[in-house]
Write a protein that binds this ligand. Structure first.
Ligand SMILES: [Zn+2]
Ligand SMILES: [Zn+2]
Length: 646
């Protein structure tokens, strides 16, 4: 019998007879306790089932329920069980497509003439639980592609046949559990009994292979965890996310709207949303001004020739809207602001003495997104980037990156974001610019991150073709990540637009260009803010900071006075003088998440005061109008400086 050698993660080597299965090997290699927690194994770089025979020397690592790969195996196995349940319930008229694991669960796509109903989803989950109870093994078999095609043709599964034909492999692996067989690479759980904490979540539509010209399928999402407690926690989080959905809150709080008549993906800012946006923009401009930036404005369209020079037509053309002709010259809507800023740079000769130039613009750009990809404020067709470009010498790079990080993180903090993941992306396979420049720029980015004391991950080869970059993903209150800030060094556009400056040596040089966005897009950032705060914005951001309400008509005159005086003092105040019960007015203001309710009755008129009620139901002592205005001014200041995010 041939012996083979397995190297454990500890470096220890063990020999077993060739053909020993992973499960058998585990008995020899790990403790009973660990073995019971093991669902698969890694042989060299390959994940395999417990039933897999080991034929050659390999590095051997058990995949236990705590391994980073384990959830994906669990969820992917759950997808098979979902498909089995659907076929068992709805018979042979269901055709199965694909069922991968996702970041937080799994899905399976089905082709069925009749749409699934919410009741069907309940039945599917119940059926899955039955299948889990019998703990059916997932068994692997390999066969030739031709045999597999034959089998799926007989089963009436054309999607599997198409996949097999496209795969064009000689032999393929199939997995069987109970009566269900699926084309799959694996690995899977040893048996369905592991799927104790599984949940069917929702239904959506999806095109076969993501191609809108192909069949529309029904996608059923689910999730699974090893532990019922984790599943419960996840379901609570989904509930919380639903309550915070910016599309729902945007409507309830009258912040923004999208209208069919105007067109999908185009945001209409209602008065309160517009005010919120103005507060954010003003803050952004002030902070940039303080940090040595100059403000620019540039047009929304430019000659098509400019987009040729910039390379956008070649590299970004499919994201741009179609050209329009003006006096026989072709123009196009801008997908980016960069070439305009370069246009301003190139209006005259530049000298090193002016450097670094820090130019910023809240620039509205238009990018084509498929209708199906659009999502509230998060994915739109027209949006405003909080853009900036820095033009400098190579030796400025590190300091400029440091300054950008400083400003970025400060502004994010003022909006209540203090947790983030930072990524540094380095040179990809295809790139422009010299190796020396890449090296220098990448080092500058690293040094700036380190000087700022920031932990970061390197994404090797994930830089843009024109230069290395830093991406910052912020974490919201639910722990979800949002890509917002990006800082990119660019060796390409200065070359394409023949930019230059006169150096200390009196000769002409190419400047370095840095692209930078902090919020990314105002639309998306406001979407994130709405969900982060569940619409209950901190006082300095709240579009309405206070609402005045009278108890009876007798105080209407005084309420008007309070309203006018607070507006003059710069407080964002509303009034509700309707002839309604006070409790009703209070409830409405709470629904609108207005931080302060100012109540005036006869007592307040008498004392020239207001009674202050908070949106959480607490009361502050009665105060005079100047006292309340001063309170708001303090809160504004605390919010803008990041001293307080409550
Ligand atoms: Zn599978
Ligand atoms: Zn740019």
């Amino acid at each position: 019998m041939t012996e083979i050698s397995l190297t454990l993660p500890s470096g220890e080597k063990k020999t077993v007879p060739a053909g020993t299965t992973v499960a058998e090997a585990l008995k020899e290699l790990v403790s009973n306790k660990e073995r019971k927690q093991t669902i698969a194994a890694r042989l060299d770089d390959r994940l395999v089932d417990l039933s897999m025979p080991i034929e050659a020397d390999a590095a051997f690592a058990p995949i236990t329920v705590d391994s980073p790969e384990a959830l994906e195996i669990l969820r992917h196995s759950a997808a098979h069980v979902m498909a089995e349940a659907v076929v068992a319930l709805f018979g042979k008229d269901v055709r199965v497509a694909i069922g991968p694991a996702t970041a937080d669960g799994f899905y399976y796509d089905f082709d069925r003439a009749e749409p699934f109903t919410p009741d069907d989803l309940v039945r599917i989950e119940e059926k899955m639980q039955e299948l889990v109870a019998v703990a059916a093994p997932f068994s692997r078999e390999t066969m030739s592609s031709a045999q597999a095609i034959d089998l799926f043709e007989k089963n009436g599964q054309p999607y599997k046949v198409e996949l097999l034909r496209d795969l064009g492999a000689e032999s393929v692996s199939l997995y069987r559990q109970g009566d269900f067989v699926d084309l799959c690479r694996g690995p899977h759980l040893p048996h369905t009994g592991w799927l104790k904490a599984v949940k069917v979540i929702k239904l959506a539509g999806a095109y076969w292979r993501g191609d809108e010209k192909r069949q529309m399928l029904q996608r059923i999402y689910g999730t699974a965890f090893f532990d019922a407690k984790d599943l419960k926690g996840y379901l609570l989080q989904i509930e919380e996310a639903k309550k915070r959905d910016h599309r729902k809150l945007g409507k309830e709080l009258e912040l923004f709207a999208v209208s069919d008549q105007v067109g999908p993906g185009l945001i209409l800012w209602q008065p309160k949303g517009a005010l919120l946006r103005k507060i954010i923009e003003d803050h952004w401009r002030e902070e940039h001004y303080k940090n040595g930036y100059e403000l620019l404005f540039t047009p929304h369209i430019a000659r098509r020739d400019m987009w040729k020079t910039s390379g956008h037509l070649d590299f970004y053309g499919e994201n741009m809207f179609s050209p329009m002709d003006i006096e026989e010259v072709s123009y196009q809507l801008k997908p980016m602001n960069c070439p305009f800023h370069i246009g301003i740079y190139n209006t005259r000769k530049r000298s090193y003495r002016e450097f670094p130039l820090r130019w910023c613009e809240l620039g509205t750009v238009y990018r084509f997104e498929k209708t199906g990809a659009l999502h509230g404020l998060m994915r739109v067709r027209g949006f405003t980037q909080d853009d900036a470009h820095i033009f400098c010498r190579p030796d400025h790079l590190e300091e400029e990156i440091f300054n950008i990080l400083d400003l970025n993180l400060h502004i994010l903090k003022t909006f209540g974001f203090e947790n983030y993941d930072i990524y540094l992306s380095t040179r990809p396979e295809k790139y422009v610019g010299s190796d020396e420049h890449w090296e220098q720029a990448t080092t500058a980015l690293k040094l700036a991150l380190e000087k700022k004391g920031l932990a970061y991950e390197v994404d090797p080869g994930e830089g843009v073709f024109y230069g290395p970059k830093i991406d910052i993903k912020i974490k919201d209150v639910l722990g979800r990540s949002w890509q917002c800030s990006t800082i990119q060094v660019d060796f390409n556009l200065p070359e394409r637009f023949e930019m230059s400056y006169t150096g200390e040596d009196g000769k002409e040089h190419r400047p370095i260009m840095i692209h930078r966005a902090l919020m990314g897009s105002l639309e998306r950032f406001i979407g994130v803010l709405i969900e982060h705060y569940a619409g209950a914005f901190p006082v300095w951001l709240a579009p309405a900071q206070a609402r005045i309400m009278n108890i009876t008509d007798a105080q209407a005159g005084y309420a008007e006075e309070v309203y006018a005086e607070l507006r003059r003092a710069g407080v964002r105040v509303e009034k509700d003088l309707r002839n309604e019960k006070l409790n009703y007015k209070i409830r409405e203001a709470q629904m609108q998440k207005i931080p302060y309710m100012l109540i005036v009755g006869d007592k307040e008129v008498e004392a020239r005061q207001v009674t202050v009620r908070l949106r959480n139901g607490d009361n502050l002592p009665a105060m005079s109008i100047p006292e309340f205005a001063a309170l708001i001014a303090r809160e504004n200041e605390a919010g803008r400086t990041g001293a307080c995010n409550s």
